[in-house]
Design a protein around this ligand. Structure first.
Ligand code: PMP
Length: 356
């Protein structure tokens, strides 16, 4: 029996669990795939020039300046870009807009754990398609009747990249539903891995990106989608029916400033990729299995030491990893790539604690 009469009439959900955000400052935080490098000087300059009086007014509801700079950056027209409060907002709006049939939407069984949460909350039927033994996505398994498809590329938390050919295969087999490719980590993948250019060719393809990882701006909350103007129009219709002013004025101005600093962006990415490669080799030398990563994190397991044990022991040392207590992956740890010195501390911790 419910304690309150009204409880039987409300929407009850099992929420998504974000990674911890501990308050201590001197920890090594490798649990939420943030960028270890601060945003560029260009951002600090733009911050110091922010006009606080402008906050008196509502922002431009279309976040026009940010949309325009993203459109210019990607060489597309402004009617092909949608922005939101982090890619979570963009993805949530996309679920609401595009997944509206009685047919099941498809996503991998091991993937971004927000997808089943949105589907449950919005009462969208879904089917989780098992990854292969080696944690890959088999495109054939997605070539079936569906009410929509969402796949991160690279996948999370496996970090494994799917080829453009495989994605094309899926899109071509799903002409009557929308296919969303969540490219949250694509900037850490080899050049040419993105399918954003294919939004020109396939009107049912939506590509979602974020400023939270490669652009060092998780705290500002900016995400965006690129797709056919018709998809973007439908997204905006839903957005304006729910919350017109999603983007606040500082994020419009600062987001635009950050886009203009491509040199710093590329330099930090290349640093992170080279640290990832070195760290992967070192983990392997200690006996870890490390899945091939195209992201700013690695997914690793040790044959003799439980991931829960490492997770807890590391936390006591002020080192935070992410562990998912889920079938097939509970032996694995997801470790964000930090600065060189952070990864050195991780290796030393593993060697010292487990005599590796
Ligand atoms: N997609 C994937 C695959 C992610 O891992 C994340 C980060 N939690 C997001 C989307 C959302 O990131 P944000 O809302 O910070 O853009």
């Amino acid at each position: 029996m419910s304690a309150f009469e009204w409880e039987k009439n409300i929407r009850k959900v099992v929420p998504y669990t974000p990674g911890e955000q501990p308050e201590e400052r001197d920890i090594i935080k490798l649990n939420t795939n943030e960028n270890p490098y601060g945003p560029s000087e260009t951002l600090y300059k733009a911050m110091s020039e922010l006009d606080s009086d402008s906050l008196r007014k509502y922002p431009n509801p279309a976040a026009h300046d940010l949309v325009k700079s993203l459109a210019d950056y990607h060489g597309v027209s402004i009617d092909r870009v949608f922005v939101g409060v982090g890619s979570d907002d963009v993805l949530g709006m996309s679920f609401m807009t595009f997944f509206n049939s009685d047919r099941e939407i498809l996503f991998p069984d091991i993937t971004y754990s927000f997808y089943p949460v949105w589907a449950d909350m919005m009462r969208i039927p879904f089917k989780e398609i098992p990854l292969t033994e080696d944690f890959r996505i088999n495109p054939d398994d997605f070539c079936r009747e569906n009410g929509g498809i969402v796949i991160p590329n690279p996948n999370a938390p496996t970090a494994i990249l799917m080829s453009r050919e495989d994605i094309i295969r899926i899109i071509e087999a799903s002409k009557d539903s929308v296919v969303i490719i969540d490219e949250a980590y694509i900037d850490f993948a080899p050049e040419g891995a993105s399918v954003m250019d294919l939004t020109d060719k396939y009107d049912n393809l939506l590509v979602v990106r974020t400023f939270s990882k490669s652009r060092s701006l998780a705290g500002l909350r900016i995400g965006y989608a690129v797709g056919n103007p018709k998809l973007i129009k439908y997204l905006n219709d839903v957005k304006y029916s729910y919350n017109s002013y999603t983007m606040n004025e500082p994020s419009i101005i600062l987001g635009k400033a950050v886009i203009s600093d491509d040199e710093y962006f590329r330099e930090t990415i290349s640093r992170i990729v080279s640290i990832r490669e070195r760290f992967t080799d070192e983990l392997k030398e200690l006996g870890f299995t490390v899945l091939p990563s195209s992201a700013n994190f690695v997914f690793a397991a040790h044959p003799d030491i439980s991931a829960t044990d490492i997770f807890e022991a590391a936390k006591k040392e002020g080192i935070y990893f992410r562990h998912f207590n889920a079938p097939r992956i509970n032996d694995y740890l997801r470790i964000t790539i930090g600065k060189d010195e952070d990864m050195d501390r991780v290796i030393t911790f593993l060697k010292d604690t487990y005599n590796l």
